[in-house]
Design a protein around this ligand. Sequence first.
Ligand code: BJ8
Length: 383
Amino acid sequence: MLSLPKNFETFNDARKKSFMTLYEAKQAGKKVIGVFCTYTPVEIINAAGAISVGLCGKSEQGIPEAEAHLPKTLCPLIKASYGMALTDQCPYFYFSDGILAETTCDGKKKMYELMSRFKPVHVLNLPQGRDQAMALDMWTEEVRQAAKFLEKLFGVEITDEKLHDAIVYRNKLRRAIVDLYEVAKLKPSPVSGYEISTVAESADFHFTDDDLIAKIEKTTREFKERIRNDGSNRPRVLITGCPNAGVRDKIIKRLEELGADYVCADNCAGPRTQKFMIDENADDLYRAIAERYLKINCSVMTPNTKRFEDIRELVREYQADGVIEIVLHGCHTFAVEAFTTMNIVQNELGLPYLRLDTDFSQSDKGQIETRLEAFIEIMTDAA
Ligand code: BJ8
């Protein structure tokens, strides 16, 4: 029996509205699978007749409650994701029928063990050395097992035909998102990068039957038609490092308000990752899916040299004047890779580099603002 959470009346209007949208979608028979990572093969979720929804925590909410179960020193993204689930504040988690998760960083994979007390969680074992001989075979099998989990959960069969349709749809959606991101290649970019990423991220929360791809394509056309006549020569910034959704207002929005353009993100949701397509004509569709996802350049992989090739290319393609690296507290893998990023950006590309170690709190807002101002000045002087 579908019901709203007990604490529903304590939520603000926006949250109540999100809950009601999901509630109605579920009442209409939609099935929902929550995901936390870009490695999740969402095609199998769609082929099982379900919607995938991104569940990563993006604010401080839920963190105090999460810290009663998890170490305070853990990455804020993990704590926020768990806390929102624990306190029934996240409509997407609340209405998820199950979770597809992966063994990425240690904190996340151990958190999933606790999370499995509230929801059916299936964890895919992600090989972390993708160039190793058995990596693709193993990952293909993991994708197959995850599909079996969904078949059992929903009592459905994932046929090759359904899988093929899901692959075609997702490839098309990815192309639309890449085109959207590439608006910012124009110099000056006609649209704020903050605005572009807001539209791109909305694709993770699509529950209605209207045509999401057509909507994104329309927005891209509208963005391209905007003409920026302010004679702008604002410095252009590439953002790299940890997922930035939880610090977008504190860093990205503020960066743009202070006078720079955020033109591209080299992270797991950015244009470089979205460009990886799945071979729609492959004999073994599961293997084709596995191949695509194994290309993602996350710091949990070792070695992860392709990430640095991406940074070099994106800096050139988007004509970046500087690079900001976001490292969330407790994220060891990105923190270690930051040393290499800094060397490449400063010594090889000859560009200013700024590393911001932060979390989802507002306590370092003033300090970050001062550092952003100084960074913009450095980029402007170097131009
Ligand atoms: S593919 S970036 S979504 S794992 S949770 S690694 S910030 S300590 S999110 Fe990620 Fe998938 Fe990689 Fe992307 Fe660090 Fe925090 Fe771990 Fe994190």
